[in-house]
Design a protein around this ligand. Sequence first.
Ligand code: HEM
Ligand SMILES: *[C@@H]1O[C@H](CO)[C@@H](O)[C@H](O)[C@H]1NC(C)=O
Ligand SMILES: CC(=O)N[C@H]1CO[C@H](CO)[C@@H](O)[C@@H]1O
Length: 549
Amino acid sequence: MDPPSLLATVHNNLLAVARSATLFDVAAVIVAVCALHSTLRAARRSLKTTKLRGPPRSNIVFGADKQIFELPDPGAIYETWENEYGVVYEVPTTLGGKKIVLCDPRALAHYYVRETWTYVLTDMVRSYFQLNYGRGILWSQGEDHKRQRKSLTPAFSQDAIRNLTPIFYYTAHKAKSAWEAMIDASGGGSTIIEVQNWMNHISLDTIGLAGFSHDFGSLDGKQTSITEIFGSPKLSAVNVGLFLLSQVFPLLSSVPTPRTKGLREMQRTIEDIAMKLLARTKKEKEEGAFDGKEEKSIIGVLLKANDSDAALHVTLEEVLAQMRVLLVAGYETTSTTMTWALLELARNPDIQRKLRQELLAFGEEPTYDQQQSSLPYLDAVVHEILRIHAPVTDLVRVAVEDDVIPLSEPVVTSSGEVVNSISVARGTQIGIPISCINRSTRLWGADAKVFRPERWLEEGGIPKKAQDIQAYRHLLTFVDGPRTCLGKSFGLTEFKAVMSVLVRNFVFEMKDGPETQVEVDRGLLLLTRPRIVGEQGTNVPLRVRRYEG
Ligand code: HEM
Ligand SMILES: *[C@@H]1O[C@H](CO)[C@@H](O)[C@H](O)[C@H]1NC(C)=O
Ligand SMILES: CC(=O)N[C@H]1CO[C@H](CO)[C@@H](O)[C@@H]1O
């Protein structure tokens, strides 16, 4: 089978734009045209927002955005700035803007209480979400977000995920059988498998089946508009320029491009799937369990709930939008996380062996409930991967009202004043450097950068400073507050199921020995993706053999 390449190297394209003289010229003209406008806006902001120290404007057009975008994983540079300028600092952004970056537990806790109300998506991100994924939960804010979140929450409950667990094992076993066949066909007891694409297939088919009872069949090598849309859209330099500039001019994000054609096709596919699902839930309502099987998928549960509770008001448009959101939010996050896990296990044979021992000693494949408490080392490995390799590395929001953000330790402002809180005027952008916070030496201690699952099991393994981060397991990987990842339990259960099947049955090794270098790239949605140095795209070929005791 020839797996579709599921990744776009947005990052390289961004570099191309940054180097492209024409785009710079265009941008420079635009800068001139809107200079007055931004100056006025900035002047109003600077009246109230505390002036903080921070890195210089390294690029006249893109500020430090270019520098941040060029780094596949900006955690390290955020940490350097934090060490230099303090727990909050300001970073120059595109066309004269700036954002205030929060690295302080107290500031973050304050911020997350106000997420979706005081701090909202920027216009650029919001119109991008609306255009590409519809007016679903990712796009919504305030009261509307609260209502959409409420309608979806029961479909992600403990019971719902428990019901979906057999699907997570089903896709994992499909990959297992395919790998066994590949190893047997190679005749040599082991073979090289490019695991990143396999994790893509597992993740895509899982979200199809568990999300809306549809089999995309990517594990069977099927090519569909969905596998293509996730495979092909390399953003052209022009598209990327539009993308960066649309931070300032939101309307630019609706300029039609070849990519929007692909997205329209995805929408049609989603509509077909939705119609089938609607018919199915209707039939189930009339006849009781349909095919002897009860509809369990996330969207199926949502539709059933709407049928029995008129107060939910779920429209068809919204259902279609939520389906697109599930694909976007649930697919690449999980697949890149599982790829990182296999890679770290291949790089750390002792940890891999210890995990396999725990799985074998446990015997059967852990059920949803057993996953919660009976396999502490699996749990530690999974959370250590999420800490070190958070797929969403940073987020930006904008304040829609004035606010004062308290700090747990003082910072020195640009005028040399020492303050314990900062004022933020309406219109100020706020940056959340997730990957920095997860790996900060200040918070996690001297071994913060090391992959060491044991920290989750040891007494005192999580330093007091890290414990000040008020989020799920003191990680910002799933963020916090009203927009905390709704699919956290879905993602964790899938991750654990796939690891327990694969690590129990196979041994993973670095193809060219333990010294092999790994680098980080950005995937389709700008999430971090690993690549083995020297490989194409984001290929992660590992040597895989059956575990034979
Ligand atoms: C390792 C796996 C995952 C990670 C690290 C992750 C991370 C995140 C993050 C950081 C956000 C916040 C985005 C923002 O504020 O702009 C988010 C939101 C969301 N995630 Fe996940 N996610 C994962 C898996 C999933 C899965 C498997 C699903 C669905 C099946 C899912 C569904 C959602 C939804 C619906 C939201 C929007 C919540 C809201 O706006 O209220 N996620 N996720
Ligand atoms: C949800 O229920 C309402 C009536 O209670 C109905 O008008 C609406 O079409 C339903 N939504 C879907 C997607 O079926
Ligand atoms: C593999 C990986 O993500 N490594 C990064 C871990 O974090 C440090 C510091 O933030 C980076 O320098 C590494 O590149």
